[in-house]
Design a protein around this ligand. Structure first.
Ligand code: BTN
Length: 275
C-alpha cells in the first residue's frame, strides 16, 4: 500500500528546480511509504509510466536488496528511490548496467563534496570498505526483449545516517556506514537526489550508445578491490579464488586464478576479501 504525503521528505517541485537542463527528462513521484520502490515502479510501468519516472519514498516496508536479501531503510536516515529508464539499444548492450549506475553514484556524491567513495562489483557503494549504499537493477521481461528497447528499473538506497537496528542484521554482508560518518556536513537531500538523477541520465546516454565499454576505465578508477585477493562465492560455496582484476569490457568480473584470467558474469556471486 503506497501513501502519497504532502509531508514527504522530498518536494518534487523543488527537486525539479535543481535539475537544470535535465528537468524535462524526469517525472517525480514522492511518497511516504511503500513496500519497495522497485516493485511499485514496475507496477507504474505496467500502468503506462514512461522513461524517466522516478519514485522516491520515505519508508519501504519490504525493501529488496540483491540476491533476495532485504533492504532496511528509514525516513531521515536513508535516501531510497527507483528510476524507470527505457534504453534505445539491444538487450545485449545492457550487461554491466549496475556498474555504470555505481559510477553515476560516485560522480554525484563527488558533485556534492563527498569524495573517496568506491565500488564493489557488481552493485555495492563503499567508503573505506564499509557499505554506504546499494543498487538493484532489474530489467523488465518484455515478450521480445532482444528486438525491443529494454526497460530497466534502477533502485538505489543510500545511507544518510547510520542505519538503526532492523532485526535482520545477520543478513548484512558488510559493515554499514553512512554519509554523516563520511563528511562533516552531509549534502542536502534534494541536491543529492538531483545530482544523482543528472549523473544517471548521463551514464544511461553513454550506455545506450555503446554499453559499458566507454565507462570501464572510469569504473576501474573507483574499483574498491582492484588487485586484492578475493573469493567468489556461489550459494555459499567458494567458486573461484584469486586476485581481483576489475571488470571486463562487458562488465564481467575478472579474477586472476591459478588457471589464468577468469570471468564472472553478474548473478548470484558474492565477493569476500580473503582474511
Ligand atoms: C543491495 O545492496 O543489496 C541492493 C540494495 C538496493 C536497495 C534499493 S532501495 C530502493 C530500491 N527499492 C528496493 O526495494 N530496493 C532498491
Amino acid at each position: 500500500m503506497e501513501a502519497s504525503s504532502p509531508s514527504s521528505l522530498i518536494d518534487p517541485a523543488h527537486l525539479h528546480s535543481l535539475l537544470g537542463e535535465a528537468r524535462g527528462r524526469f517525472s517525480v513521484e514522492a511518497i511516504a511509504e511503500c513496500e519497495s520502490t522497485n516493485t511499485l515502479l514496475f507496477r507504474r510501468a505496467e500502468q503506462g509510466a514512461v522513461s524517466g519516472h522516478l519514485i522516491v519514498c520515505d519508508r519501504q516496508t519490504a525493501g529488496r536488496g540483491s540476491r533476495g536479501r532485504r533492504w532496511a531503510a528509514s525516513p531521515e536516515a536513508s535516501l531510497t528511490f527507483s528510476l524507470l529508464w527505457r534504453f534505445e539499444c539491444p538487450l545485449s548492450q545492457m550487461s554491466g548496467l549496475s556498474l555504470g549506475v555505481g559510477l553515476a553514484v560516485v560522480r554525484a556524491l563527488a558533485d556534492c563534496g563527498v569524495h573517496g567513495v568506491t565500488l564493489k562489483w557488481p552493485n555495492d557503494i563503499l567508503y573505506r570498505d564499509a557499505k554506504l549504499g546499494g543498487i538493484l537493477v532489474e530489467l523488465s521481461a518484455d515478450a521480445d526483449m532482444e528486438s525491443s528497447h529494454p526497460r530497466a528499473v534502477i533502485g538505489i538506497g543510500l545511507n544518510l545516517r547510520l542505519p538503526a537496528l532492523s532485526g535482520h542484521e545477520s543478513e548484512l554482508m558488510m559493515t554499514p556506514t553512512a554519509l554523516d560518518a563520511v563528511v562533516s556536513t552531509p549534502p542536502d537531500r534534494h541536491r543529492l537526489l538531483a545530482c544523482l538523477m543528472v549523473r544517471l541520465a548521463e551514464v544511461f546516454d553513454d550506455f545506450a550508445r555503446a554499453g559499458f565499454l566507454p565507462l570501464r576505465e572510469a569504473w576501474m578508477a573507483h574499483h574498491a578491490w582492484q588487485g586484492r585477493p578475493v573469493r567468489v562465492l556461489r550459494e555459499g560455496r567458494v567458486e573461484k579464488e584469486g586476485v581481483c582484476r576489475g571488470a571486463d569490457d562487458d562488465g564481467a568480473l575478472l579474477i586472476e586464478t591459478a588457471a589464468g584470467l577468469e570471468r564472472c558474469l553478474s548473478g548470484d556471486v558474492s565477493l569476500r576479501v580473503v582474511s
